[in-house]
Write a protein that binds this ligand. Sequence first.
Ligand code: 13P
Length: 253
Amino acid sequence: MRKHIVAGNWKMNCTFSEADDLINAIMEQLEQKELPRDTQLIVCPPFPYLEMTTDYANDSYFMVGAQNVSDQEKGAYTGEVSAAMLESMEIDYCIVGHSERRAYYGETNATVAAKVNQLLQHGIKPIVCVGEVLEEREAGKQFEVVKKQVEQGLFHLSADQLREVVIAYEPVWAIGTGKTATPDQAQEIHAHIRSLLATKYGKEIANDISILYGGSCKPSNAKELFACPDIDGGLIGGASLKADDFMAIAMAF
Ligand code: 13P
């Protein structure tokens, strides 16, 4: 059966000492509280703090993810970070195709597919983000948009490769806006994604893939969202920068 996952996407936040404090605060909470069974906690700090985070993670019960990876293997790509580098640092997960990367850095579904390939070749689990912008939702196109993102980003994979992938549905209009999708709005897209996976890969595999919700998820709404049958956890932005809130969300199952 699929895992419950709560992943913190710190985005471009925290200085070195703030990052150190935040990880320590998370670890302190983990010492005091036992996470619900089958819940995996993932921390995705900025690149410069990955090493520090993996060092701490070795002593505690959370995994580490990067926020981005190059679509190229290696070589003259100044400023890029390769999947091989992440593998050599024992990074477990990597976010791909976040809406901020799609909007500000020109990432397309083709880029997402190439990054997913790089990660899988290096044994790192991709957390692939999909989601519609406000105008698309207002035009009733959310199902179509998400279908295209899932098909073009993932459907070149074999069934065994797909099993390594986590999907995050993040409606762009809900990210950082305080405006959360209602549980019904989120559940219907999650069910849609799972049915796309079932049609292509079969029901059994579709049922094994964790699909996370992201977009203004916080302690006050996590319980209701996570109670939906096709919502397997959350990709948390703002609330992951406060250890208390992040852990409260992780305890919401
Ligand atoms: P917020 O939780 O800040 O809305 O961000 C969600 C997100 O983009 C996580 O990747």
